[in-house]
Design a protein around this ligand. Structure first.
Ligand SMILES: NC(=O)c1ccc[n+]([C@@H]2O[C@H](COP(=O)([O-])OP(=O)(O)OC[C@H]3O[C@@H](n4cnc5c(N)ncnc54)[C@H](O)[C@@H]3O)[C@@H](O)[C@H]2O)c1
Length: 254
């Protein structure tokens, strides 16, 4: 008996490998969820779905730009047509353009807010409409430690991720009447393609936990985040909504 048996789950930004979306999709599928995996990177999303199926799970892949309002309706229609509806939505897709404020252009600011915050609004709205048909559901939004504390070169990224944090709480309050839960997850330093790009490193051996002030003394793995999302997606967290789950090895406890 899997922890996600009978549930249909969508994960956005599921192409990147290593990436939090892909690991989450694999983990939810491993526990029995039927998966819709999407990304702007269509071959990457297809490869994620193929890996899920190779491991014995069920999945479909779709090309999706999470900023495209009408595409959300098509993704929800596919969930309905293929699997009968949607129970879980993980708004994971994101970008990190880390630039000092004085060098940041308005276009860079707007793009960060569009991809990291506005898309999450679109995803939550579409998910709520779909989940009402199923009598409830669970939304998990990827924020960041940058949505909790101030970090250098994170003005737009942090503003968007802080927005995700409080928007998730507002949605939790509003959607509770429909038995729909909404929580945010705040990863610390997890080794993924985004982290490689942000640090300019080829592998995680160059990450210095003491410089990054990580009390547990090491970076995290995508599975550390996937397991947290699994809990929030499953019925084990039935009484949890409007909460922020910090998975950062103690970074923001200081
Ligand atoms: N890795 C970390 O340390 C870390 C820390 C805090 C928060 N996060 C957040 O977790 C989430 C996943 O991060 P990751 O490290 O796996 O990143 P990643 O860059 O490895 O993967 C992100 C995925 O999102 C996709 N994507 C980007 N823009 C998109 C769009 N407009 N529409 C659809 N897909 C799009 C990319 O193609 C990619 O597959 C992001 O929201 C990120 O901000 C990551």
């Amino acid at each position: 008996m899997g922890r996600m048996d009978g549930k249909v789950a969508l994960v956005t930004g599921a192409a990147s490998n290593p990436g939090l979306g892909r690991e989450t999709a694999m983990r939810l599928a491993e526990e029995g969820a039927k998966m819709i995996v999407t990304d702007v990177d269509e071959p990457g999303a297809q490869s994620c779905a193929e890996d899920i199926k190779a491991a014995g799970g069920e999945a479909i892949a779709m090309k999706q730009d999470v900023c495209d309002e009408s595409r959300w309706e098509e993704v929800m229609a596919a969930a309905r047509d293929t699997f009968g509806g949607l129970d879980v939505c993980v708004n994971n897709a994101g970008i990190a353009v880390l630039v000092p404020i004085e060098e940041m252009t308005l276009d860079e600011w707007n793009r960060q807010v569009e991809v990291n915050l506005t898309s999450v609004f679109l995803g939550c709205r579409a998910a709520i409409r779909a989940m009402k048909e199923r009598g409830g559901g669970s939304i998990v939004n990827l924020s960041s430690v940058a949505g909790l504390v101030g970090l250098g070169r994170c003005v737009a990224y942090g503003a968007a991720k802080g927005g995700v944090r409080i928007m998730s709480k507002s949605i939790a309050v509003e959607a509770a009447q429909h038995n729909i839960r909404c929580n945010s997850v705040h990863p610390g330093v997890i080794w993924t393609n985004m982290q490689a790009q942000a640090t300019g490193l080829n592998d995680p051996s160059g990450l210095d936990a003491s410089v990054m002030r990580i009390p547990l003394g090491r970076h995290g793995e995508p599975l550390d985040i996937a397991n947290c999302i699994l809990y929030l997606a499953s019925d084990e967290s039935n009484y949890v909504t409007g909460a922020e789950f910090v998975v950062d090895a103690g970074m923001t406890a200081q």
